[in-house]
Design a protein around this ligand. Structure first.
Ligand code: GRF
Length: 208
């Protein structure tokens, strides 16, 4: 891809959409100057992320997995839309399902995810509550490449945050959210500038 052409990004989301909106706005405002969000894929028709993304002028594909016979068929249908929009990479942003072989195979090392813990600790749902319940004193966020396992692929970036004695799941989630947004923008910017190289499980960053 020539350096000057923007990375055509699809964002997959299921709910509120704060990460999706943060990416869309950053791209619009030139803070993510080499990323162009071209499609939002929402597996929960009617979710706030769908409305909010349309309001920002990004097309939304609302698509329900249960309308398909299999996961492969569901992802195959999504893939057609991604191809139609010449999508280069995918950002999962609160997409509440595992990505399968159809999409992973079509976008090798081009699908990213954000997770609200320091992986490999606390993968899966309610990561903030898992961290509080375990009693760790530090937690954070992880941006990683996506493979077939849950919250598992090579780590691109992590940012830390102390857990306070008075933290609840809600307060910790609220304090982590701006850090999620920041880490995702920095990671996508690096991806769009060709700065990320994967060696085994390690992601190496080159200078800009
Ligand atoms: C975020 O905490 C993200 O890390 C997790 O799901 C949440 C989605 O929030 N995977 P939002 O929809 O981006 O506001």
């Amino acid at each position: 891809m020539p350096a000057e052409s923007p990375l055509r990004l699809a964002i997959f989301a299921s709910g509120r959409g704060s990460n999706a909106l943060s990416i869309i706005r950053a791209a619009k405002e030139g803070r993510l100057s080499r990323v162009e969000p071209v499609l939002v894929v929402c597996d929960k028709p009617g979710a706030p992320v769908a409305t909010r993304s349309r309001e920002e002028g990004v097309p939304v594909l609302e698509i329900r997995p249960r309308d398909f016979d299999s996961k492969d068929a569901y992802e195959g249908a999504i893939l057609e839309h991604l191809r139609e929009k010449s999508v280069d990479a995918v950002a999962l942003a609160g997409y509440m399902r595992l990505v399968g072989p159809v999409l992973i195979g079509s976008f090798p090392d081009r699908i990213l995810n954000i997770h609200p813990s320091l992986l490999p600790s606390f993968p899966g749902l309610a990561a903030q509550k898992q961290a509080i319940d375990y009693g760790v004193k530090m937690t954070g966020v992880t941006v990683h490449f996506v493979d077939l396992l849950m919250d598992h692929g090579p780590v691109i970036m992590q940012k830390c945050l102390p857990i306070l004695p008075e933290d609840t799941e809600e307060s910790l989630s609220r304090r982590l959210l701006p850090i999620e947004h920041e880490a995702y923008l920095e990671s996508l910017d690096a991806l769009s500038r060709g700065r990320l190289r994967i060696e085994g499980r390690r992601v190496l960053w080159s200078a800009d």
